[in-house]
Design a protein around this ligand. Structure first.
Ligand code: COS
Length: 380
């Protein structure tokens, strides 16, 4: 189904048109085989980078697309409708560019055109095996040795782990808690930065996360992003924006599931009529469509706050929470509408169902989103 959109500029309509073309021409034919093989689609990301879709919300002066967040998110949503792993990869890459774009030194910022153009792929390393939700408890340590930091620890669930060209490593340079955390920008070639084999995941197999072991990795001190002790704030700000990206992935995925379910319900006949004509199925489709529309509206409302330079952290959490819960519900119902056909891989809805699950977990579980929202309601 074509989604009716009101976009802020003619350029944005063109951008969405280009995204649809790429999605249909490049993503749709590749999604199933790449997911089946668990093959990382680096070539597809290069194509997307060359089309100018990998740095959309960053200023043109830095090599970005200069687009408002609301436009960027609708591009992501369109990509997700065709292949959610690609949309998630674009979202994570965009998140990974944030520390340097917002806090980088003049020298660090020289890499921005290559980052935002997609020649350099990014990764964001916050979680660790012993702690993901309690991010401020991280234990990876960076000890200064003359003009280098020596970094030791393990990062977990790293999207693009083993494929990225640069890694944002959140590590402890000071005492316990959030105030002791710093952000280092490490090249993939850093000695002692050791990507581990990809995890064997339920979904998003083409872009499975991996652990990154830091075994005395030596990162030059001029790769510190922001201030020593300022890393947690950078991590949280990046996640506020990143959570909207995950919401967009969820809306796109849910839309794809609805489109499949509606098409099937029109075609499939039982008891002499299309199953869509049965109220039990028709109402299910109606609920799916309504939830998706609500999720999209919530996501765009949060994006518009961000674009206006207003606080949006709790609104991003609401959008991520609602959109990803919606994607789980809608993909579950899509399997139900297709019945047995929904449970086998002849149709993509079983894959959508597996892919929706992780969106409720990444970039802050939906329990963490509730915590962020609850705190915003009770803060003095
Ligand atoms: N923007 C800017 N600063 C922020 C912020 C935000 N969104 N959220 C917190 N901070 C700042 C706080 O202002 C505080 O700074 P001061 O001490 O200077 O006041 C500091 O960071 C610590 O904040 P807080 O005390 O709220 O930290 P908590 O340890 O209580 O944790 C949560 C906050 C739970 C929100 C955080 O740990 C979190 O988001 N966890 C989930 C992590 C996550 O999403 N992981 C997924 C990894 S990527 S797949």
């Amino acid at each position: 189904m074509t989604v009716e959109r009101i976009l802020p500029s003619d350029e944005a309509y063109e951008l969405l048109g280009l995204t649809r073309e790429i999605a249909e021409g490049e993503l749709v034919p590749r999604a199933a085989p790449y997911e089946e093989r668990g093959e990382f689609p680096r070539d597809v990301l290069r194509t997307i980078g060359r089309a100018g879709l990998l740095g959309l919300p960053y200023p043109e002066a830095d090599g970005g697309g200069g687009q408002p967040y609301e436009v960027y998110l609708q591009v992501l949503e369109t990509l997700a409708t065709s292949w959610v792993a690609i949309a998630e990869a674009v979202s994570v890459h965009t998140l990974s560019c944030f520390p340097v774009a917002a806090y980088g030194t003049e020298r660090q910022r020289k890499s921005l055109p290559d980052m935002l153009g997609g020649d350099l792929l990014g990764a964001y390393c916050l979680s660790e095996p012993q702690g993901g939700s309690d991010a401020a408890s991280l234990t990876t340590r960076a000890v200064r040795d003359t003009d280098e930091y020596v970094v030791t620890g393990t990062k977990a669930w790293i999207t693009h782990g083993g494929h990225a060209d640069f890694y944002n490593i959140f590590c402890r340079t000071g005492g316990p808690g959030a105030a002791g955390i710093s952000c280092l920008l490490a090249d993939a070639t850093t000695p002692g930065l050791l990507p581990q084999p990809p995890e064997r995941t339920m979904g998003l197999r083409s872009s499975a996360p991996a652990q990154i072991v830091l075994d005395g990795a030596r990162v030059p001190v001029d790769r510190l992003v922001g201030e020593e002790g300022g890393g947690f704030r950078i991590a949280m700000q990046a996640l506020d924006a990143g959570r909207l990206g995950i919401a967009a992935c969820a809306v796109g995925l849910a839309q794809a599931a609805l489109d499949q379910a509606a098409a099937y319900a029109k075609e499939r006949t039982q008891f002499g009529k299309p199953i869509a004509a049965f109220q039990g199925v028709g109402f299910m489709l109606a609920d799916m469509a309504t939830q998706i529309a609500a999720a999209r509206a919530l996501m765009l409302a949060a994006a518009r706050l961000k674009d206006a330079g207003r606080p949006y952290s709790a609104e991003a959490a609401k959008a991520k929470l609602f959109a990803t819960d919606t994607a789980m519900k809608v993909t579950t119902d899509a399997v139900q509408v297709l019945g047995g056909s929904g449970y086998v891989s002849d149709y993509p809805v079983e894959r959508y169902f597996r892919e929706a699950k992780v969106l409720q977990i990444v970039e802050g579980t939906n329990q963490i989103q509730r915590l962020v929202i609850a705190r915003s309601l009770t803060r003095d």
